[in-house]
Design a protein around this ligand. Structure first.
Ligand SMILES: Cc1cc2nc3c(=O)[nH]c(=O)nc-3n(C[C@H](O)[C@H](O)[C@H](O)COP(=O)(O)O)c2cc1C
Length: 211
């Protein structure tokens, strides 16, 4: 039986946590990025497949590669953010199932023979993993600014060599043409003085039914 988290913790994770567009001048270290990953990786995924791949853009050069791919309203805040994460998914995620799901060796072949299942599973679970990443970042004291306003196809060409050989791929785990972007998330320490009033959420009776 787990303990119930304190009100303070629930505020930090959900009730007081906001989507941020402006950032304090406080750096985000590579060490905290590793800590975020080492917490979020424990979130559950289908068959433990863990299809999400994360590219942390911290250098000005990597941000400039992203700039032309962004919707106009997302450019300035993304350029100003200490880190922007590309949350992506690997369509060959099933090749890692022998490590991740060793007690059911048939799973790898089951996915390998079902491209539609691979795509649906990769998208669903990378979205979940993106949410785990945001919650882990908040738990470790950072703020997030998720975004889907960008050109996915062009980003995949720029960062994942979609449609061509993997010339610029510096990571062997981004097989050419098999990694696709899902969404982006700015990370940093948010400037709360810049926030607009919060929009409401649906009440329980508007969003839930009890059967
Ligand atoms: C997957 C996703 C995509 C989003 N895309 C954008 C975007 O492209 N540009 C933007 O300004 N905000 C974007 N948002 C931010 C949402 O509008 C924001 O999270 C929502 O209004 C809740 O705001 P709050 O967390 O401050 O309450 C996105 C949020 C999510 C989760």
């Amino acid at each position: 039986m787990s303990n119930i988290l304190s009100d303070e913790a629930l505020d930090q994770l959900f009730r007081e946590a906001r989507t941020h567009n402006a950032w304090l001048d406080k750096p985000v270290t590579d060490d905290i990025l590793r800590q975020i990953y080492d917490v979020m990786k424990w979130g559950p995924t289908s068959a433990n497949g863990s299809p999400a791949r994360f590219v942390f853009l911290r250098s000005p050069q990597s941000k400039q590669r992203l700039r032309p791919l962004l919707a106009p309203g997302n450019v300035e805040k993304t350029m100003a953010a200490p880190v922007t994460v590309i949350i992506a998914y690997d369509l060959l995620f099933f090749e890692k199932l022998p490590k991740l799901f060793p007690h059911a060796p048939a799973m790898r072949d089951y996915f390998a023979q079902n491209p539609q299942l691979v795509e649906a599973t990769a998208k669903r679970n990378s979205s979940l993993q993106g949410a785990y990443l945001m919650m882990a970042a908040r738990a470790l004291g950072l703020d997030c600014g998720p975004m889907s306003g960008f050109d996915n196809a062009k980003l995949d060409e720029e960062f994942f060599s979609a449609g061509k050989e993997c010339e610029g791929c510096d990571q062997e785990f981004f097989p050419a043409g098999h990694v696709r972007s899902n969404f982006l998330c700015n990370l940093g320490y948010g400037d709360r003085s810049n926030l607009s009033p919060r929009n409401p959420r649906l009440e329980f009776d508007e969003a839930c039914s009890l059967l």
